[in-house]
Design a protein around this ligand. Structure first.
Ligand code: NAD
Length: 383
């Protein structure tokens, strides 16, 4: 169990010092109750480069560098482990950290394998009883626009939820996929446009509309080579409430457009465009029925479509989630995003791949209970 005291900042070890590791470092350094004391990377140059950058940008004491989490656990002391490695390594490292009595923050997705995800779900519930936190990054749940839409959806502000449309129309170059051996592999990336880029949007859609029941999907690999996974995924999803949704995620939409989520009910609707509120009408939630003004009334201009969000939104998203994580540790409560939340989002993504591979709709229950664990997923079978 961690030896933290309420008065000292929580000491953090970052495991995986690549692109997102840097973003975590920047967010953590902006939080007054967190300090980075250890950096872990299997490639020593990556840990050294991140340590250099932290010192150069913030002038803080240089964190210790380690080649493995095991070495860091043996050679340093910290309360929180942040997992920023390739996705297929998330659960194994999280388990190692939990076993050592650390709080754990896991980058999205939870992992790429449902059996491993079930393991960490069980383990995290046990850890919670011992006062340890496990949270999974889904920073867009903390966007002001997402919170407004979730509140309205959950409180009946849109009336009966009827449908949703979610689209991630991005572009990733061939160089992006060639930049790391793990990218675009089933084993470590766990999928393509939907698992890596689209899982945030899946998570929001499920947060807004509730538990999915059935998924019917197609995937294809159309604009990249030397990868195993899809660069286009489309699906329809039926929810427990009866609501229906259309999901679209691609890294083959040149030159890279937007992320949009529409939520519709029989008394109101909302649209989020690139994390900003574009449209909001929820008369039952007490807002007037004139969408143009409503978004502006609800949120600061920076959070309404067209407003200037400033250059460091990527850091601010993670910082907002760290504010929740630190408060949850200090207050001994569950974090805003739990393993159970991330488990459900992972299951939906896996459901898309399983449906596309089997050429038939799948029930979410089949994905959750392991009935389809032995199916080997593939891309483009029905392209
Ligand atoms: N939340 C977000 O918006 C967001 C954005 C980008 C990436 N991610 C997620 O972050 C994770 C990492 O992505 P990235 O783009 O930073 O990848 P990256 O390749 O840039 O960095 C991964 C780092 O992990 C290191 N590593 C590999 N195995 C390791 C091990 N066993 N122990 C310690 N270090 C190890 C690698 O050497 C590398 O430096 C992925 O799961 C990805 O989905 C999340």
């Amino acid at each position: 169990m961690t030896g933290s005291t309420a008065s000292m900042p929580l000491r953090v070890a970052i495991v995986g010092c690549g692109i997102i590791g840097l973003n975590h470092a920047r967010a953590i350094l902006r939080h007054p109750d967190l300090v980075i004391t250890a950096l872990v990377d299997a490639v020593s140059e990556a840990a050294t480069a991140l340590a250099d950058q932290i010192v150069a940008e913030h002038g803080t004491p240089r964190p210790a560098e380690f080649g493995s989490l095991a070495a860091a656990l043996a050679g340093s002391d910290f309360e929180v482990v942040v997992i920023c490695t390739p996705s297929g390594l998330h659960v194994a490292l999280a388990e190692e950290a939990l076993t050592a009595g650390k709080h754990v923050v896991i980058e999205k997705p939870l992992d790429v394998s449902m059996p491993r995800a079930r393991e960490i779900l069980t383990l995290s519930q046990r850890a919670e009883q011992q006062g340890l936190l496990v949270s999974v990054i889904s920073q867009h749940r903390f966007d002001p626009a997402s919170k407004v839409v979730a509140d309205a959806a959950h409180s009946g502000g849109f009336g009966r939820l009827t449908s949703g449309v979610a689209s991630v129309a991005w572009w990733r170059s061939q160089e992006y996929y060639d930049s790391g051996d793990w990218r675009g592999t089933w084993e470590l990336d766990g999928g393509g446009a939907l698992m890596n880029q689209g899982v945030h949007t899946v998570d929001l859609l499920v947060w807004f509309l509730g538990r999915p029941v059935e998924i019917d999907a197609r995937t294809a690999l159309l604009a990249h080579e030397r990868i195993e996974v899809e660069d286009v995924a489309v699906a329809t999803i039926r929810f427990d409430s009866g609501a229906l949704a259309v999901l679209h995620a691609t890294t083959a939409a040149y030159p890279g457009l937007s992320v949009r989520i529409q939520v519709h009910g029989d008394r109101g609707s909302a649209i989020i465009h690139d994390d900003q509120l574009e449209y909001f009408s929820a008369p039952d939630a007490g807002s007037p029925d004139s969408p143009g003004n409503i978004a502006a009334d609800l949120l600061p201009a920076s959070e309404v479509r067209g407003g200037d969000r400033g250059p460091d939104q990527f850091v601010i998203g993670h910082l907002r989630q760290y504010e929740d994580i630190v408060a949850a540790i200090r207050e001994g409560r569950a974090p805003g995003v739990t393993v159970a939340d991330a488990f459900l989002s992972l299951a939906v993504v896996r459901g898309v791949y399983l449906s596309a591979s089997l050429g038939r709709p799948v029930l979410l229950d089949e994905v959750l209970d392991g009935a389809l664990d032995d199916v080997v997923v593939s891309t483009g079978v029905h392209a």
